[in-house]
Write a protein that binds this ligand. Sequence first.
Ligand code: G5P
Ligand code: MG
Length: 226
Amino acid sequence: MAKLFRAAIMGPPGSGKGTISKRIAQSFGLQYLSSGHYLREGIAADTETRVLVKTYIERAMLVPDHVMTRLMLSKLEQLSGHSWLLDGFPRTLAQALALNNLYQLDLVISLNIPYETLKERLSDRWIHPASGRVYNMGFNPPRVQGKDDITGEPLIQHDDDKPKALMARLRHYKEVAKPVIDLYKSQGILHSFSGTETDRIWPYINSLLSNKMHTPPLDAHPTQTP
Ligand code: G5P
Ligand code: MG
């Protein structure tokens, strides 16, 4: 049996984690697990997660570690025997350590996207509050302007996505992510990619994964795009 491959992708809100993860899943056949997706699914399903999680997501605050860890580890438990890619988890050192207790990651991708680029992408972001569905007026607009595709209910823009709040959120992301990044760097599995366009970063990630998944790793040094 081929060796299982376990990877995670990290990056600030709007950095392209979801877009790149879908390409990786498609090209390399990994199971794709997005923490944001499972949280929104929990909200839509009106489960006990709903009340707890909705307020955090609506304010773009981090959901408590124990909730997140329980949710993601239970999803991973169902995927024994599969290769997988985590998007948006772990986000904190506590989450990373909980994951580390059970699984050794082979590779972590970290996206470094300039603040100005994130600001442009996120200030165009609109949300359907009841479900957590996210739209972007430039790249994935709703079918009818200002309305949710499924329910037709009005979309709102969060104060958090306005420039001043955004700056604070991105700073917070950096602070929380730093010890996680340091952990993966110390394990020799961190690969950082910088740029303003997903399409320009993608070929580097594609070739990194091709090397890692199809041939034995030659070294474990972090990769930096120009
Ligand atoms: P999520 O769902 O993980 P975020 O806020 O981290 O959400 P998001 O919005 O999902 O991040 P992304 O996945 O990094 O962003 O990026 P994306 O969706 O691929 O791209 C963003 C936009 O830019 C899209 O519209 C895309 O089309 C566009 N785009 C992509 N590439 C390009 C490009 O090259 N050029 C241009 N022009 N556009 C591009 O988490 C949501 C919430 O859940 C909670 C938190 O409350 C969080 O805020 N949560 C957790 N809480 C605690 N712990 C965890 N582990 C948690 N995980 C989630
Ligand atoms: Mg995402």
